[in-house]
Write a protein that binds this ligand. Structure first.
Ligand code: BG6
Length: 484
């Protein structure tokens, strides 16, 4: 099978941080179809050779094990080409069309790794230049819009040029191996299914914590914030993966139908729940890896009076038979105490205690997304001190470390998703109605913040966010994992 992958934003941040390394890994693993071209597109005036040199230099920043040897790079570089384009200039699309005609590949992928403001124009122009042929797929990076209205408008424009089955809206969290394993755990095994419900589960916590700050993306981030950057997409997709009903099969629409139902069942916000169950924070000076670091407002590209949130914690419920009354806590932030993403399923304690056990101790299933990837099952067991009849139970942990079990050379999120696009597999991509529903649900929060003079609560870099986040969960009698 031959393919042409056109990378708009070919010299940009995403291309060199995530996409090129992922494409190289696929190439190294022998999974990238051999008969392919990767065509970088940007405004820079570069020849193919100069583009290859640029990409080569960028690989110096990739961790050693994932860096190509000179011979490997030479073979990979043969796939790389460059087309200079200004996406606002209709005439420039003709040049791209000519390059694509040279080969007439079986599959053409247009990957829009550009500023989202360019999405609609690029799609319109691609269509005008006849570059929306049936064998073309278009990949859209998040954030797709700024709110429900802009998201809807982008979707409408893209759909005028491409059919829904040609549109791949990426949420790279769906490509993470641990998320695949969450689907496998839930829908390939029967063990947990009878327990996966309100009768046995006390609460569910989803944490995506980053220790990094906004890095070089201050400008972008300051007009985006954590709710749009992480909650509307990644955190809600994880929530869907945890809470959805078993799909009737593993096809894309069956999975997306079930995720959509979850999003539609999220409890609507009220003035009271907005006030009590949504916490926003912004990092102030503090530490990261033991070193002092600047606060958010001092970061390059950030307004010194910025009211943009770098942390969100919220509590929601899913109004359906399986989950009614079970709190779901979502939390994400930058410059937190560690890089740690996990989902914790907290089961209810045993209904009647005949053993001594620590107060409130109960079973827990932890799905670790990063830095380690695997499952932990927390049980209560008799420890070493079992001489006395009334020995206390203590928590023990059964570990299934997927990195150890399957090797850490597993397929990364972008590698997996890029191959899915090339092969036309839509399962791990987001449908427009899911995306719009997620926007619809976060919109009352955005509106509230818009008119709220208080702004986000400051928290010191290197901590777990504002104390209000702990207070919110404590009101229900629970605690975040690191606090319990
Ligand atoms: C991106 C966000 O979607 O996800 C970034 O825009 C964030 O702000 C990143 O840092 C986190 O991804 P990962 O895979 O490193 O957890």
């Amino acid at each position: 099978m031959s393919f042409d992958l056109v990378l708009f934003g070919g010299t940009g941040d995403l291309a060199w941080r995530k996409l090129m390394p992922a494409l190289f890994q696929a190439f190294r693993h022998g999974t990238l179809p051999e008969d392919g071209r990767i065509i970088g597109v940007a405004r820079d005036a570069l020849s193919d050779e100069q583009y290859r040199m640029l990409i080569r230099s960028r690989f110096d920043e990739v961790e050693l094990a994932k860096r190509p040897s000179p011979e490997e790079f030479d073979r990979f570089a043969a796939l790389l080409h460059f087309v200079r384009m200004d996406l606002s200039q209709p005439a420039d699309y003709a040049q791209l069309a000519a390059t694509l005609r040279e080969r007439n590949a079986d599959t053409v992928v247009m990957y829009l790794a550009t500023a989202p403001a360019l999405f609609t124009r690029a799609c319109e122009q691609l269509a005008q230049a006849g570059l929306n042929t049936p064998n073309t797929r278009i990949v859209l990076e998040k954030p797709l819009g700024h709110d429900l209205a802009s998201n809807h408008q982008i979707n409408e424009t893209v759909r005028r040029a491409f059919g829904e089955r040609q549109i791949f809206r990426i949420d790279h969290y769906l490509g993470k191996p641990s998320v695949q394993n969450l689907f496998a755990l839930r829908f390939g095994n029967s063990l947990f299914e009878p327990l996966w419900r309100r009768e046995t589960i006390a609460n569910i916590q989803i944490t995506i914590a980053e220790d990094l700050g906004v890095e070089k993306r201050g400008n972008f981030y300051d007009s985006t914030g954590a709710l749009r950057d992480m909650v509307q997409n990644h955190a809600l997709q994880l929530l869907c993966a945890v809470a959805m009903e078993p799909p009737i099969n593993a096809h894309a629409d069956a999975i997306r139908d079930e995720k959509l139902k979850v999003l539609r069942s999220l409890k609507p916000w009220t003035a009271q729940s907005l006030a009590q169950h949504v916490i926003r924070g912004q990092y102030a000076e503090g530490t990261a890896a033991g070193e002092p670091v600047a606060g958010y407002r001092q970061e390059a590209g950030v307004n010194p009076d910025s009211r943009t949130e770098t942390f969100v914690a919220l509590r929601t419920e899913i109004a359906n038979w399986r989950w009614a009354g079970v709190p779901f806590y979502l939390r994400t932030g930058k410059r937190l105490a560690s890089r740690d993403a996990h989902i914790v399923i907290n089961f209810r304690p045993a209904p009647h205690a005949i053993f001594k056990s620590p107060l409130g101790a109960a079973n827990q299933l932890v799905i670790n997304l990063q830095p380690r990837d695997g499952l932990e099952l927390h049980l209560l067991a008799q420890g070493a001190d079992n001489r006395r009849q009334q020995a206390a139970l203590s928590p023990v942990q059964l570990d299934l470390d997927f990195d150890k079990r399957f090797g850490s050379e597993r397929v990364g999120a972008y590698e997996r998703l890029l191959l899915d696009v090339i092969h036309g597999r839509l399962n791990l991509f987001v449908r427009s109605d899911e995306q719009e529903e997620a926007w619809r649900w976060v919109e009352p929060i955005l509106e509230l913040w818009e008119g709220d003079s208080d702004g986000p609560r400051p928290y010191a870099a290197g901590t777990w966010g504002p104390s209000a986040s702990s207070a919110m969960i404590a009101r229900d009698g629970y605690c975040w994992t690191e606090e319990c």
